[in-house]
Ligand binder design. Structure first.
Ligand SMILES: O=c1ccn([C@@H]2O[C@H](COP(=O)(O)O)[C@@H](O)[C@H]2O)c(=O)[nH]1
Length: 224
């Protein structure tokens, strides 16, 4: 089985991001480039990281009217991402158009409820029922829209996997015992997420901010 860990390269400097990815390359299955990286380095930065030969996950969390999101998806064809994110709360038509505009080789997955939010945060946005209900509801919408899968926390992935057997599930908010949670509120271990059905394990700071990122990546790998 290939390594399910995607390293989140949330670093402001392109050279530092390249150096880090190059150091841990043998111990991860891909790299995730998010808003911080893409806003700072754009297409050029993605091409630079792609030279390392790892699959690229573009975590752009697109969320706009369907026509705009479809245009953005077309604009990133050239980058050949393995995975791209949109927000499920953008609605069914937006997700359908995003998937239709994506390259054949790109998995389009919908962010359900950010792992930095708990039930109280969700309620403050006007949504009642808690994380489990919200994730299940948006997973159903994403599947109906023809997406490949969703992003959710490890606390919900088991339930979603039982409902959507062939879905592709991206799980961030992962920590080994002893790692600080930081701003993440719905956290599990990489092993628990994998055992519950995660397809991709997204890990950032526990590796990127470790004193020894290679040792940290090996420590994660050893638990899987
Ligand atoms: O719900 C979500 C969606 C995306 N993310 C992203 O994953 C990484 C997690 O980084 P850590 O340093 O391991 O906390 C980060 O790039 C987020 O933008 C998420 O955390 N939660």
């Amino acid at each position: 089985m290939s390594n399910p860990v995607y390293l989140a390269l949330d670093l402001p400097q392109l050279d530092a991001a390249k150096a880090l990815a190059s150091r841990v390359k043998a111990h991860v299955g891909g790299v995730k480039l998010g808003l911080e990286f893409f806003c700072a380095h754009g297409h050029h930065g993605v091409h630079e990281i792609a030279h390392l030969g790892l699959p690229i996950f573009l975590d752009l969390k697109l969320h706009d009217i369907p026509n705009t999101v479809a245009g953005a998806m077309q604009a990133i064809h050239v980058l050949e991402p393995a995975i791209v994110t949109v927000h499920a709360s953008g609605g069914r038509a937006m997700m359908e158009d995003a998937k239709a505009a994506a390259s054949n080789g790109t998995k389009v997955v919908a962010v359900t409820m950010l792992t930095s939010m708990d039930n109280r945060d969700l309620e403050r946005t006007g949504v009642k029922g808690g994380a489990h209900d919200q994730v299940m509801r948006l997973a159903e919408l994403a599947e109906a829209a023809g997406l490949d899968g969703i992003v959710c926390s490890g606390q919900e992935v088991g339930a979603v996997h039982r409902q959507w057997k062939d879905g592709f599930f991206v799980v961030p908010g992962l920590r080994l015992p002893g790692n600080g949670a930081g701003d993440q509120k719905r956290v599990v271990t990489p092993r628990q997420a994998r055992d519950d059905g995660a397809s991709v394990l997204v890990i950032g700071r526990p590796i990127s901010r470790a004193d020894d990122p290679v040792a940290a990546a090996i420590a994660v790998e050893a638990t899987l």
